[in-house]
Ligand binder design. Structure first.
Ligand code: ZN
Length: 76
């Protein structure tokens, strides 16, 4: 049986997809039985989604009035 530390390390480092089949199955078994690790995995996935969304937002060109908006907000 894998420990919570083993599972959380694999989940948070993304090393699960490269792990051997037996290890991936052991993680799935652990996740099926451990609500703490399931919650941790959900949190890691939420952080990853947020990071991807933030990265995508940073690649968008700012609006044409971006600078004037900043100046206007500073005057308020
Ligand atoms: Zn656990």
């Amino acid at each position: 049986m894998m420990t919570c530390k083993d599972v959380s390390t694999l989940v948070s480092t993304g090393g699960l997809s490269d792990a051997p089949l037996v290890r991936r199955l052991a993680v799935r078994l652990h996740l099926a039985m451990c609500r703490h690790c399931r919650a941790f995995r959900r949190q890691v996935e939420a952080v990853a989604r947020s990071a991807r969304a933030a990265a995508a937002a940073l690649e968008v060109e700012p609006l044409h009035d971006f600078e004037s908006n900043i100046v206007e907000r500073l005057r308020q």
